[in-house]
Ligand binder design. Structure first.
Ligand code: TYD
Length: 138
């Protein structure tokens, strides 16, 4: 899996004059089993989140409300995605460094994750991450 596998995923959207509805089924609209859901909210203006990579975890990141940017980096190149639609998510495969920034006021970032929280799955040091990916090891 590589940066080219990190793509925008479209989820079903049921249009309704009373308000739209989107649903996400584990293993169907998301090709991994969802083990955990978490969300970022009350993000102050100018704040940045992320700043790490995961060894094994796959994720889908959604802007449930508002907007923000996700900068993905495989240690060689970077790609920026602007998320601003509640029915779209960004699939992020393992071994990709991510930074989240440019949060709009009131933005909510929902994350669907393939596993439970495990601090040992993180690279939190960019230099360490880069030396592993550039060395070809995992
Ligand atoms: P972190 O993953 O660094 O947040 P972000 O990527 O959004 O900037 O996590 C921040 C803190 O929250 C850290 O102390 C770990 C804790 N945490 C959990 O306990 N469970 C979780 O599911 C997540 C995502 C984080």
């Amino acid at each position: 899996m590589a940066l080219t596998d990190c793509k925008i995923v479209e989820f079903p959207k049921i249009h309704d004059h009373r308000g739209n509805l989107t649903f996400i089924e584990s293993g169907r609209h998301v090709h991994f089993d969802i083990a955990r859901v978490y969300y970022l909210y009350d993000v102050p203006g100018g704040a940045e989140r992320g700043g790490h990579a995961h060894k094994d975890l796959s994720q889908i990141i959604l802007a449930i409300s508002g907007s923000f940017d996700v900068v993905l980096d495989d240690g060689h190149e970077k790609k920026t995605f602007h998320l601003n639609r509640s029915h779209q998510g960004l699939f992020v495969c393992p071994m990709i460094w991510r930074e989240l920034n440019n949060f709009s006021s009131g933005a909510v970032c929902l994350v669907l994750a393939s596993n439970f929280y495990d601090e040992s799955d993180y690279f939190r040091d960019y230099g360490e991450f880069q030396s592993v990916v550039q060395g070809g090891a995992n």
